[in-house]
Design a protein around this ligand. Structure first.
Ligand code: KG4
Ligand code: ZN
Length: 329
């Protein structure tokens, strides 16, 4: 089954072709430069850029994939920004109508949970930590299509915390890669930032950590070595918080694999610490390549294939900016 996927939920315009769980082509056109002056995504600008970039991305993805007949077109139905979501949906439905094939609306979070499958054979049950600019979700997946969200952030998402703290450090947007780069040159034990535990729940909270960085700086913008040390210390606090809770949940729910997804899953320290502590606790840790961690249409096409190949038709529901992750199997 050959599926064209479209992803337009936030600030990356992406089109990809996936065939029976295998990636055939993937185009991602990032809008980072467009939003950088505002240090955050401007929904109206994002929607207009998707409009300009989506069809060229589709044309390239189809060309790169080589000859073959499409069986379905998948698009992100939510969660995400309403304008950008609608552009993906209208494009998918128009193409699907012309080609007389189904258009399948996919939950963006499900895409992140299953993205690792494009590179690894996952064993179920698996525990997915989805960490991005909009999400910090701990998802227990009994199998593809069977999900339970164990916990999520109570305030800032992990990526949002990275972006806000990067701003305090005087760094550019998006903040995650900027902090990650500088942290490599710093001492992670320089400042003991708090590790917010949220005991008794599987939830996360990052606003206290952000506030403690703010109090530590007292209005200064750190330079040189101090900046590197603060980046490393902040990064260590985020990574330990995420890893400790994920490994504890993996033990409690007796999963086989731990998978990471979302833009923050590209973080070098999070990847290293999750591998180290996850493996020490007896789990296989599956880390998708960076391009499959950040927003991409391949994961959307793949999630649609999982559903269609199980004989399940997608609910033809509307786009929903806060679409909950529901089981379909
Ligand atoms: O999944 P994604 O591309 O888009 C959303 O759905 O939000 O994630 C973007 C987020 C941004 O907050 C960005 O700062 C963060 O992922 N990010 C990182 C790294 N690369 C991207 N955070 C930490 N370390 C990184 N290397
Ligand atoms: Zn995402």
């Amino acid at each position: 089954m050959r599926i064209l996927g479209l992803e337009t939920s936030c600030d990356d315009t992406s089109a990809a072709v996936v065939e029976d769980g295998r990636l055939r082509s993937s185009i991602v056109s990032s809008q980072n430069e467009l939003h950088a002056p505002y240090r955050g995504v401007v929904p109206e600008l994002a929607a207009r850029a998707h409009l300009d970039n989506l069809m060229p991305a589709v044309a390239r993805a189809l060309k790169d994939a080589g000859p073959g007949t499409l069986d379905a077109i998948a698009y992100t139905r939510g969660p995400g920004l309403m304008g950008p979501l609608l552009i993906g949906k209208v494009a998918a439905q128009t193409l699907a109508r012309l080609l007389e094939i189904p258009a399948v609306g996919v939950n963006h979070l499900e895409g992140h949970v299953l993205a690792a499958e494009l590179e690894h054979k996952l064993r179920w049950p698996a525990l997915a930590l989805v960490v991005s600019g909009g999400h910090t979700d701990l998802v227990l997946a009994a199998k593809p299509g069977r999900y339970r969200v164990l916990g999520r952030t109570r305030d800032d998402a992990a990526g949002e915390a990275y972006d806000k703290v990067a701003r305090l450090f005087g760094l550019g947007y998006p903040g995650g890669p900027e902090i990650d780069k500088r942290a490599a040159k710093g001492n992670s034990a320089a400042v003991a930032f708090p590790r917010p535990a949220m005991p008794g729940t599987w939830d996360f909270s990052f606003s206290g950590l952000k506030t403690s960085v703010l109090y530590h700086l007292k209005g200064r913008v750190p330079k040189g070595r101090e900046c590197y040390d603060l980046c490393a210390s902040f990064q260590e606090a985020v990574a330990e918080t995420l890893v400790d809770k994920t490994v504890a949940a993996a033990r409690k729910f007796k999963v086989k694999d731990i998978v990471l997804g979302g833009g923050v899953a590209a973080n070098s320290r999070l990847r290293a610490l999750m591998s180290e502590r996850g493996k020490a606790a007896g789990f296989a840790v599956r880390l998708p390549a960076h391009a499959l961690c950040t927003d991409n249409a391949a994961m959307i096409a793949h999630a649609a294939w999982r559903r269609l190949s199980s004989g399940v038709r997608a609910p033809a529901g509307p786009c929903d900016p806060s679409l909950p992750l529901r089981s379909w199997a």
